[in-house]
Design a protein around this ligand. Structure first.
Ligand code: FES
Length: 164
């Protein structure tokens, strides 16, 4: 990993942007990586701009992966103002662009962010309800996932009790 990428990731983890549940989200997507056991959920709120539906804001919650936090932090910033088609066209490398190229063994972390975004966009298109965000049991990702398996989109979760 280049020094500048490493430093940018470190800074993004230290002060992540847009982290946390979004109570008034229009769409939510969740993805788990069965290989490393990490999970990421993304919430999206849309707005109208010049007669077009665009992303007003996005937020995320990550469980288990620091690099995914860094990628989701910069990705949720760059998603503002993007249309659904523009957001869907973004690759994981583009979502992580502000950090610089991720090292090969961390590329799947960015792909998890892309997966959560796509899952949320698909949920929006199929007009699925925006999960149970805001319920008393949805105070964190695990509770939220447990409370709303039907609304979790493309959900593949493997919990690793060892934390590895
Ligand atoms: Fe598995 Fe980052 S998503 S290590």
């Amino acid at each position: 990993m280049s020094e500048s990428t490493e430093e940018k990731i470190r800074q993004a983890i230290a002060q992540p942007m847009n982290m946390g549940e979004m109570a008034d989200a229009d769409a939510v997507g969740t993805v788990g990586n069965p290989d490393c056991g990490d999970m990421l959920r993304m919430w999206i709120k849309f707005t109208e701009k010049d007669g077009k539906k665009v992303i007003d804001r996005a937020s995320f919650q990550s469980f288990g992966c620091q690099t995914a936090i860094a990628v989701a932090s910069v990705a949720t910033e760059m998603l503002r103002g993007k249309s659904v088609d523009e957001a869907r066209a973004l690759s994981s490398a583009e979502l992580a662009e502000d950090l610089g190229p991720l090292p090969p063994m961390k590329i799947h972390c960015g792909q998890m962010v892309e997966g959560a975004l796509r899952s949320a966009l698909e949920a929006e298109e199929s007009a699925a309800p925006a999960s149970v965000v805001g319920s008393p049991d949805a105070s964190n990702l695990i509770h939220s996932l447990a409370a709303a398996p039907k609304h979790a989109g493309k959900l593949r979760i493997v919990l690793d009790p060892t934390g590895n």
